[in-house]
Design a protein around this ligand. Structure first.
Ligand SMILES: Cc1cc2nc3c(=O)[nH]c(=O)nc-3n(C[C@H](O)[C@H](O)[C@H](O)COP(=O)(O)OP(=O)(O)OC[C@H]3O[C@@H](n4cnc5c(N)ncnc54)[C@H](O)[C@@H]3O)c2cc1C
Length: 590
């Protein structure tokens, strides 16, 4: 039996009942995304994920990556899985139809992406970055660049990277020094980039780098950054990968996790590069792909927790240890209430996080396709507000959940052969790259809440509140509704406190931002769990199939509001106590 089985029923439930696929398929361009087609796509993706990609997960972790004669090499099994992925047409699922993509909603893409990530996170980063590069090229490339590069990125024949980080420029991209000197219709790019995921590899014959650099004599800081497309090999007269272009992998990092993916130091030596978008507008160009990229990395918290959960559940069903009330003889550990607590925690949090991430992915689709400009702007505001929450809250929770999954294994979990340790190690990166949790929290509080005086958050809180007021769930779920309504009100209090106090002291917003990020995530999770319970209760009342699935939804919703949601109150309380103690010590007192 495969090590990973995609939770297709759950994914379809979220896509259809919570994220509103039917509504999306009414938008021009999405007509083909019918429930039947989506079910078929998810079924086929699940097969590729479990049969082809998942078996490469342990291999990549053990093999790692290396440089040989100036060429980075990954596990050969990765190349084989990638070939099957490209041949199956999976790379262009949400790609632009003009360049050979299928143009399906991001909502569908995110479900399929979850499968690739669960199957092998290290492997999945290559197609994920390629999609991001294709998207940026689509948005900012000249006609000529798009003709030359977009079809090959969309099909996955060539792969893409994001080259931002330098030794002195991590979270602070304003410090980037890589230099671009104009030369005719192109630029010559020189400098060193670090931590570049799939910066070089041997799965395809070309790699297309998107590079943030500073044009000679451009202003200092973020306002002087421009975005460039720099290929590893320049296309020849037939458009195939031709001569090398002065982009050299210097080394690959030895890491805590995602060992199968090459994390490269890259040296750009007079490499030919082409400007994307306007000069000195590079950061804004990068930001157009940021929502996609951050939602996709937020998803990693779910994917890796799901894989860890499946492994832990298998262990809990097999491992015999101790006795349990009401059972003769020794029992499997799934009978122990504390093991149940751990399993329920992982299951309920994954369900909440998946629903929040998929619903936000559907908001991205709506923001791109809604014809009414007022509504479109409202969707865009919601997307901007929720993106740091999906990235920050879900990746933070994801690493906690992989830790709990390891705990379910007892000592075996600590031993590499059991596999639980790899998920724990792999999950750790997701809170760091694509903007650390601290950077997401700053974005949420600074740009997305204080920036508009709390307007977008108020719209969200009102919508959440309205659902609570109108929801009349009957006795079984009354406690879910009451806890949910109280949590929404507490979140409103936290936001009001922030808006009333942030001017008092310049450090307050930064000191409470993490707590607000987590509180928002937990409450948004409760909203979706309550909606899910509501839909499940309806389905049960109608009779029909999948009774066990829907009745489980009612229990996980209760568990979430009783056992997980109280954490939101703790974050609210930390916010209202302000940041004085956080900033109270002088630097020399540490
Ligand atoms: C495995 C791996 C793969 C990566 N892949 C890529 C890639 O493909 N392309 C790429 O360009 N980069 C990549 N990165 C780099 C990654 O994006 C950075 O590591 C990340 O942005 C953090 O930057 P830093 O490491 O310099 O940490 P720093 O910026 O030095 O941060 C250190 C700590 O300070 C905090 N901090 C910093 N500034 C602030 C602030 N203003 N407010 C609050 N807290 C702050 C951070 O939250 C963090 O906790 C990768 C990194 C790794 C480890």
């Amino acid at each position: 039996m495969s090590e990973y089985r995609a939770p297709v029923t759950e994914m379809l439930f979220v896509i259809n009942e919570l994220a509103g696929l039917e509504e999306l398929s009414r938008y021009s361009g999405f007509e083909e995304a019918t429930p039947d087609l989506v079910e078929a796509i998810l079924g086929e993706a699940a097969q590729l994920a479990s049969e082809v990609i998942a078996p490469t997960n342990r291999i990549g972790d053990a093999t790692g990556t290396r440089i040989e004669d100036g060429q980075v090499r990954v596990a050969p099994e990765f190349s084989d899985a990638y070939r099957q992925f490209v041949e199956g047409g999976w790379a262009g699922l949400a790609g632009h139809p003009e360049h050979g993509g299928q143009g399906l909603p991001f909502l569908i893409n995110i479900a399929v992406e979850e499968m690739w990530q669960s199957a092998n996170l290290a492997w999945s980063l290559c197609p994920l970055l390629t999609q991001g590069a294709a998207h940026a090229l689509e948005a900012h490339g000249s006609d000529q660049l798009r003709t030359e590069y977009s079809p090959k990125l969309t099909s996955g024949e060539w792969t893409g990277t994001m080259n931002l980080s330098e030794p002195q420029a991590g979270s602070d991209l304003a410090a980037i020094r890589t230099l671009a000197v104009p030369e005719g219709d192109h630029f010559r790019v020189s400098g060193q980039k670090i931590f570049i995921t799939y910066g070089d590899h041997d799965m395809t014959d070309n790699v297309i780098h998107l590079v943030l650099a500073r044009i000679k004599d451009a202003p200092e800081g973020a306002k002087g950054l421009s975005l460039f497309l720099v290929p590893k090999r320049l296309p020849d007269a037939d458009g195939n990968a031709g001569d090398l272009n002065g982009v050299n992998p210097v080394s690959v990092e030895h890491k805590l996790g995602i060992n199968g993916s090459p994390t490269c130091v890259l040296s750009f030596e007079n490499a030919v590069g082409f400007l994307l978008g306007a000069e000195n507008n590079g950061l804004a160009c990068m930001f157009t792909m940021m929502n996609h990229a951050r939602l996709n990395v937020g998803l990693e918290g779910i994917s890796i927790a799901e894989r860890a959960y499946q492994r832990a559940l298998g262990h809990a069903r097999d491992r015999v240890q101790g006795n349990a009330a009401g059972h003769e003889g020794r029992v499997t550990i799934i009978h122990h209430p504390d093991v149940r607590r751990m399993l329920m925690t992982i299951k309920a949090e994954i369900e909440a996080m998946r629903a929040v991430a998929y619903v936000t992915a559907a908001v991205l689709d709506r923001a791109g396709h809604e014809p009414d400009s007022k509504l479109r702007a409202a969707y865009q505001a919601r997307l901007e507000l929720m993106t740091p929450v999906v990235k920050g809250w879900i990746t933070e929770s994801g690493q906690q959940l992989t830790s709990i999954a390891l705990q379910i294994h007892g000592g075996t979990g600590y031993i590499e052969e059991a596999g639980a340790a790899q998920h724990y190690r792999d999950a750790r990166i997701a809170t760091i790259y694509e903007g650390t949790t601290g950077i997401q929290a700053n974005d949420l509080v600074g740009r997305k809440i204080i920036g508009d005086g709390g307007a977008a958050l108020t719209v969200l809180l009102d919508e959440m509140g309205q659902f609570g007021e109108q929801w009349n769930p009957g006795d079984e779920l009354a406690t879910v509704r009451d806890a949910y309504v109280a949590a929404v009100n507490e979140l409103r209090e936290s936001a009001a406190w922030l808006l009333a106090n942030y001017k008092r002291d310049a450090t307050i917003a930064g000191a409470v931002s993490f707590h607000l990020l987590m509180q928002m995530g937990l409450v948004a999770g409760a909203w979706q769990m309550a909606r899910a319970a509501d839909r499940a209760a309806d389905k049960l009342a109608q009779g029909g199939q999948d009774k066990e699935f829907y009745s489980a939804k009612l229990v996980t919703a209760r568990f979430y509001t009783e056992q997980i949601l109280p954490r939101a109150s703790a974050h609210g309380s930390a916010i209202r106590s302000g940041g004085e103690s956080t900033m109270g010590l002088g630097e020399e007192q540490f």
